[in-house]
Design a protein around this ligand. Structure first.
Ligand SMILES: [Zn+2]
Length: 710
């Protein structure tokens, strides 16, 4: 394999880093070290790491998981990092049979009901068909939401058990050939996965909410743990789901509910009855996080934290090893730089997390155990978790939006041979559905990054501690039906994914360059124009959401009053009218709009001050004061009381949705007050977000004032 040195030479670095109009100029890093770094990640190393780490099953608590942690530790040592194993306790269930982690034990029998994806709107549809799931075992298909929402909503509607299967319409032969002939899920493939109700309470060890699960930590009794499911849940294959579906009678399933199995989809209830008996191993096992660091030479108490998990459901060549191997290439390359004389100005901390799959155990418990220190010292957290071929996906804190765009302009796509930024922009344009969207993309200097929901190890950093975070990875070109199954292995990866291992080095270059910029920049590369612009967008979305709800509910109530539902119900297959609902009240967005104006003004002022300050050396005392403010800029967006009914989640701009799981809800307090019909909370939540944004505007103003001083 050719080293990537050629790439650095082929990319016209100067032209590509020229700031787009309106954006503040890039920080001035030491280009020598950056160029040396970019030339180091190599495909053959990534290939060997993926082969080694995925050679045997390495679920949390397994022998090979421990061996992998030790192997990773030895690599950091070999590459001149300071290392210490930092074990924290995590709970784990028995791994080898297919199972859903943090399902409760249970022995239940009931008639079977098919509930489509098992989301709240599916139960509204069942109500209209006159079908109840009280006392039933529901069969839901995977997809359209995070899996843990399915048993949660089923329990809320009185079901006693829940089966989840992968329908071939969504994940199987409908898409492409099945494994091993193709990349898709075969008949007996089962998606494992956690069903912990973390969106409503907290991720991490269910017995130690809010504190590190150290040896002596105070633990809840299992029955009192709020994140455990209420009913037993079991994942099954479509091979096993087919006879269950075929044994259902009752009403035909609505159009959108039908999958790709050769049966007539019906909803039941019954006549088939299901007996579901689940008993789990509730032993407490250690999890093995590997934490390695390079001390900073100038500001050792400012930390740039980088992480990826190393545990898998089974062999996990894609999830998580493909990205773990890229992180190891970064670590090796930084080790090379270290031996050639480079010292980072800030401390760099690399973390290989254990126990991510059961629900972010290693990262959450480490972050909780070191909460105070991290809140003081962490500059940013950079996460990856799986990598394949295609486009750079960028999510995270909008204070880092400009930084990640700058980095993407400098890394070359290993197959298309253009900057990965250019490809991401092309992808966004090709995907845009309207002229207006295309105009918005072309009219903005930076590509928008997505908000973080949950589903990987950044969760505790951003949502609980307010550490500005990024989640990065390449994908979008290959199909796959091996997620969380025994087929996610080296064979699958080397036949159907990044078979040349060239996107591994590309990911190492992307994240490593962001780490270098954060660790070595004199003035931290935070920027607030993108944040202000995004806050405006979220505010507009909230207003539109409210208006749409008002119109929809008014119209539906009118149709109920006018008898439209009775008149259109087929007397032979009757459907019931939906219930009348309260029309959402008007809300007061003024505080949010005023805060937005303040934030836009201070973001603009800071951008100008930073551009002017770049031209001269900033006095060291000013620099440290401004950097301290920049590090706090994400903390200010936290509320100490947390979100309503889930105080562990404290960020007022981003959270996983209570009924979306991994999916992000932005301005979650206000948005969910509208979506979940808690209208009396909405004005208070809007005001709370507005206060945090006013505080952010003041902080950004103070930073600008410091830089403007002659
Ligand atoms: Zn993963």
């Amino acid at each position: 394999m050719r080293p990537m040195l050629a790439v650095a030479a082929a990319v016209p670095l100067v032209a590509l880093t020229a700031p787009a109009p309106g954006a503040p100029p890039a920080p001035k890093p030491d280009r020598r070290w950056e160029e040396r770094f970019l030339g180091l990640p190599r495909p053959d190393n990534v290939r060997e790491a993926v082969r080694r780490l995925s050679a045997r099953p390495h679920h949390v608590g397994s022998a090979y998981g421990r061996e992998n942690a030790e192997w990773i530790l030895a690599r950091f040592r070999e590459w001149s990092w300071d290392v210490a194993v930092d074990p924290t306790s995590g709970q784990k269930a028995e791994q080898l049979p297919t199972y859903n982690a943090y399902s409760t034990d249970g022995d239940v029998t009931g008639p079977l009901v098919y509930v489509n994806y098992g989301l709240p709107e599916d139960y509204d549809e069942l109500d209209r068909l006159g079908v109840s799931v009280k006392g039933a075992v529901v069969l839901a298909r995977y997809g359209h939401s995070w899996r843990g929402i399915k048993p949660k909503v089923a329990a809320e509607h009185g079901a006693v058990g829940c089966l989840i299967y992968s329908d071939p319409r969504d994940d199987g032969y409908f898409e492409d050939d099945v494994f091993p002939a193709g990349p898709m899920r075969p008949k007996d493939g089962v998606q494992r996965g956690s069903v912990m109700d973390f969106p409503s309470s907290n991720p991490g060890d269910p017995l130690t909410p809010g504190v590190g699960a150290t040896k002596d930590a105070k633990r809840l009794a299992r029955k009192d743990a709020p994140s455990m499911t209420r009913i037993p849940v079991q994942p099954i294959s479509y091979g096993d789901a087919q006879p269950l579906l075929a044994a259902l009678g009752g009403r035909g399933a609505p159009d959108g509910w039908r999958g790709a199995l050769p049966v007539t989809y019906r909803v039941g209830p019954g006549p088939a009855k299901v007996h579901l008996k689940l008993a789990f191993n509730w032993d407490i096992k250690p999890v093995n996080d590997v934490v390695a660091r390079i001390p900073g030479s100038e500001w050792p108490d400012e930390w740039v934290v980088r992480g990826n998990h190393h545990d898998a459901w089974v062999n996990g060549a894609e999830d998580p090893v493909s990205a773990m191997a890229a992180m190891l290439e970064e670590a090796r390359a930084l080790g090379v730089l270290l031996r050639e004389g480079w010292r980072p100005k800030r401390t760099i901390v690399y973390c290989a997390w254990d126990g991510e799959e059961p629900m972010l155990l290693g990262s959450t418990e480490w972050a909780e155990a070191h909460a105070e220190e991290l809140q003081q010292k962490a500059v940013a957290y950079l996460n990856t978790d799986s990598n394949s071929r295609g486009y750079l996906g960028m999510s995270g804190s909008h204070t880092l939006e400009h930084l990640v765009n700058e980095v993407a302009r400098e890394v070359e796509d290993p197959e298309a041979k253009v900057p990965v930024w250019k490809r991401a922009e092309a992808h966004a344009l090709a995907d845009a559905s309207s002229e207006e969207d295309r105009k918005a993309i072309r009219g903005r200097a930076d590509l928008r990054i997505h908000a973080l929901g949950s589903g990987s190890d950044y969760t505790a950093f951003i949502d609980h501690l307010g550490v500005a975070s990024l989640n990065l990875g390449y994908d979008g070109e290959d199909e796959g039906g091996i997620y969380h199954s025994i087929y996610d292995d080296f064979y699958w990866y080397t036949h159907f994914s990044d078979t040349d291992f060239v996107y591994g080095p590309a990911l190492a270059q992307t994240v490593g360059l962001a780490v270098l910029r954060l660790a070595d920049a004199e003035l931290l590369p935070f920027e607030f124009g993108g944040l202000a612009d995004t806050v405006k967008r979220y505010t507009d979305e909230l207003k539109k959401l409210l208006q749409k709800k008002q119109e929809e509910i008014s119209e539906r109530n009118r149709e109920i009053d006018d008898g439209v539902y009775q008149a259109t119900s087929d007397p032979r297959r009757p459907t019931l009218a939906p219930p009348r609902e309260e029309v959402p009240p008007h809300l007061n967005f003024a505080p949010l709009e005023n805060a937005l104006v303040a934030l836009q003004r201070s973001a603009d002022r800071y951008g100008k001050a930073r551009a002017a300050a770049d031209a001269r050396a900033i006095p060291p005392d000013v620099l440290s004061r401004v950097n301290a403010l920049l590090i706090r800029s994400e903390r200010v967006l936290l509320s100490p009381e947390g979100l309503p009914r889930r105080p562990w989640y404290r960020h007022l701009l981003y959270a996983p949705g209570t009924y979306a799981g991994y999916g992000a809800k932005t301005m979650p307090g206000a948005r969910e007050a509208i979506e979940l019909k808690r209208y009396s909370e909405a004005d208070g939540e809007i005001a709370r977000i507005a206060r945090a944004l006013q505080d952010e505007a003041s902080l950004v103003d103070s930073a600008a004032t410091q830089l403007e001083k002659p």
